[in-house]
Write a protein that binds this ligand. Structure first.
Ligand code: BEZ
Length: 258
């Protein structure tokens, strides 16, 4: 069956090689949320925001029939290259109808700025009694990084947070949204998880935070990026030269009541 596809949004045009270098840890640290999903053989599962398919593969290896969807054509192709089913789909416009036992999502929901639309689509996609299990950035996530970006851009005469692309809710706010769409929330909470980066924070900024710098003239962006790195050096780089992102996860498991 044909599925809705999305014209490529430049903000979502991930390069799988850059992603693999700077964001491999995203899937490596997702053991707890995959355990919370507990995929069963024969279940049909939607992986919402599947990235390069690393977790889609894990879910498939558990014996589930899994479909990955992502807004990035490049990442969908990377997922397909692993031999998995994947489609380019905008998470705000899910058009599946009562066909999944579970919807899973890791490190993706914070990129979707209209949570009502996302949750409504997840609800439509689930069979009665199905579960929605996810982890993403919660309130306070990457606060030090956002503060440094804001300072640098403000000093350059720009509205620092104009390009802020993320949604980081509190557990109470997200619980209310889920309940408003007919979910029973079994568990939800914030987890502080300072995360060791594979390189310096510059690689993280290049991979994830490009939208902030687009308010600047192209010729000014590299200097601003380096300025942000320097602002963060004393704040999140330890004495051994290891950089830590101040991640705060929001993890939950909820069931569709009917
Ligand atoms: C996160 O996983 O929390 C995250 C990743 C990239 C940008 C912002 C947040």
């Amino acid at each position: 069956m044909d599925r809705p596809t999305l014209r490529q949004d430049p903000a979502q045009a991930w390069d799988p090689k850059v992603y693999a270098t700077n964001a491999r840890f995203v899937a490596d640290l997702a053991g707890a949320v995959v355990d919370l999903l507990a995929p069963q053989p024969g279940e049909r599962i939607l992986d919402l925001g599947c990235g390069d398919g690393a977790l889609t593969k894990k879910i498939a290896e558990a014996g589930a029939e899994v479909l990955g969807v992502d807004a990035s054509e490049n990442l969908v192709r990377a997922t397909q290259d692993l031999g998995l089913s994947a489609q380019v789909v905008n998470g705000h416009h899910l058009e599946f109808s009562q066909e999944f036992d579970a919807v899973f999502s890791n490190a993706a929901l914070h990129w979707m700025q209209d949570p009502e639309a996302v949750i409504a689509g997840v609800r439509r996609a689930l069979k009665s009694g199905g579960r929605f299990v996810a982890e993403f950035g919660g309130a306070g996530n990457v606060a030090k990084l956002v503060a440094a970006i804001n300072e640098e851009l403000t000093q350059r005469g720009q509205p620092g947070l104009k390009g802020h692309p993320w949604y980081f809710p509190t557990p109470d706010a997200y619980r209310a949204l889920l309940e408003g769409h007919g979910f029973r929330v079994e568990q939800i909470g914030l987890i502080d998880r300072p995360t060791k980066l594979p390189g310096d924070i510059g690689g993280w900024l290049d991979t994830f935070a490009d939208s902030f710098l687009r308010v600047l003239e192209p010729g000014d962006r590299a200097a601003a990026r380096d300025g942000i790195v320097e602002r963060l050096r004393d704040r999140i780089c330890d004495e051994d030269g290891v950089w830590w992102a101040d991640y705060v996860r929001l993890r939950f498991k909820a069931f569709l009541e009917y």
